[in-house]
Design a protein around this ligand. Structure first.
Ligand code: NDP
Length: 233
C-alpha cells in the first residue's frame, strides 16, 4: 500500500484519481478547500476502511499550505510515496494579451504555478521519508511553447511556467532519488474541460496513474500526456 497526496481531489480529475487509487488498495490524502462540502469524498471514505484522509487546503493561500504538515501529522501520515499536484484553475474571463485582467492573471499564476512548488516544499520531508517517491504535476498541453496560439494567455503561461518549475525541481531532487514529471490529462469532461470534452475523468485518471506507476528514479523530468506519450516542451 502506497500513500498519495492529491490536491483538488473533491471533483473532476483529482476525484477520479482518488477513487481509482482507493479501489486498488492504496492510501490517499485528498485535499479540498471545503472538506465539509466534499460529499463525493465523504462517500468514498465510507467504504475506504481508513485509507482516505481528507484535509483542508486552499493552494492559493501560503498560510493554508503551511498547515499541511500538522494536518498530516494529526492523521498519522509520516511518509508520502507520491504527490500529485492537480488543483488548478482556468483563469479570468479576460485573458488575452490585448485585454488582460491582471489580478486574475496573478491568481492563476499563484494557483497553477506557485502552489505546486509550495506544496512540494512542505511535503518534501514526508516524500524523503519514503523510498523512491514521486511528484507528478498536472499541467496542460496548452502550456507547450511549441503552440503559437494566443488565446487563454494567463492559463497557458501558468502551465508553461509550472513546467519549468518542475524541470528545475526534478534536477534539484534527483540526488534525493525523488522523480518529478508533468502530465497533460487529456481534454476531460469536468467543470473545467466542459461536457464537449473528449474523455471521461475515469479514462484520464487511469492513464495518469499508469504514468505515475511508470516513473522511475533517475528519469529526467518528462512532459507526458495521459496516454504516456511525450509532449514537446
Ligand atoms: P475542475 O475545475 O473540475 O477541478 C479543479 C479542482 O481544483 C477542484 O477540486 C478545485 O477545488 C481545485 N482548486 C481550484 N483552485 C483551488 C485552490 N485555490 N485551492 C485548492 N484547490 C483548488 O478541473 P479539472 O479536474 O478538469 O482539472 C484538474 C487539473 O487538470 C488542473 O490542473 C487543470 O488545469 C488540468 N487540466 C484539465 C483539463 C481538462 O480538460 N479538464 C485539460 C488540461 C489540464 P474547488 O472545488 O474548491 O473549486
Amino acid at each position: 500500500m502506497r500513500t498519495y497526496l492529491i490536491t483538488g481531489a473533491n471533483r473532476g480529475i483529482g476525484l477520479a484519481i482518488t477513487e481509482q487509487l482507493l479501489a486498488r488498495g492504496d492510501k490517499v490524502v485528498a485535499t479540498a478547500r471545503q472538506p465539509a462540502e466534499a460529499q463525493a469524498l465523504a462517500k468514498l471514505a465510507a467504504s475506504a476502511s481508513g485509507r482516505l484522509v481528507v484535509v483542508e487546503l486552499d493552494v492559493a493561500s501560503p498560510a493554508s499550505i503551511a498547515t499541511l504538515p500538522a494536518q498530516l501529522a494529526k492523521a498519522d501520515i509520516t511518509a508520502l510515496d507520491v504527490l500529485i499536484n492537480n488543483a488548478g484553475m482556468i483563469g479570468p474571463k479576460r485573458q488575452s494579451t490585448l485585454d488582460m485582467d491582471f489580478d486574475g492573471f496573478a491568481e492563476t499564476l499563484a494557483v497553477n504555478t506557485l502552489a505546486p512548488l509550495r506544496v512540494a516544499q512542505v511535503a518534501l520531508p514526508l516524500l524523503k521519508a519514503a523510498k523512491g517517491s514521486k511528484i507528478l504535476t498536472i499541467t496542460s498541453r496548452m502550456g507547450s511553447l511549441s503552440h503559437m496560439t494566443s488565446d487563454r494567455i494567463a492559463y497557458r503561461t501558468s502551465k508553461a511556467a509550472v513546467n519549468k518549475v518542475m524541470q528545475g525541481l526534478s534536477t534539484d531532487l534527483a540526488p534525493e532519488g525523488i522523480v518529478v514529471a508533468v502530465a497533460h490529462p487529456g481534454w476531460v469532461k469536468t467543470d473545467m474541460g466542459g461536457q464537449a470534452a473528449a474523455i471521461e475523468p475515469a479514462e484520464s485518471a487511469r492513464g495518469l496513474i499508469a504514468v505515475v506507476d511508470g516513473m522511475t528514479s533517475g528519469d529526467v523530468c518528462t512532459f507526458y500526456d495521459y496516454s504516456g506519450q511525450i509532449i514537446p516542451w
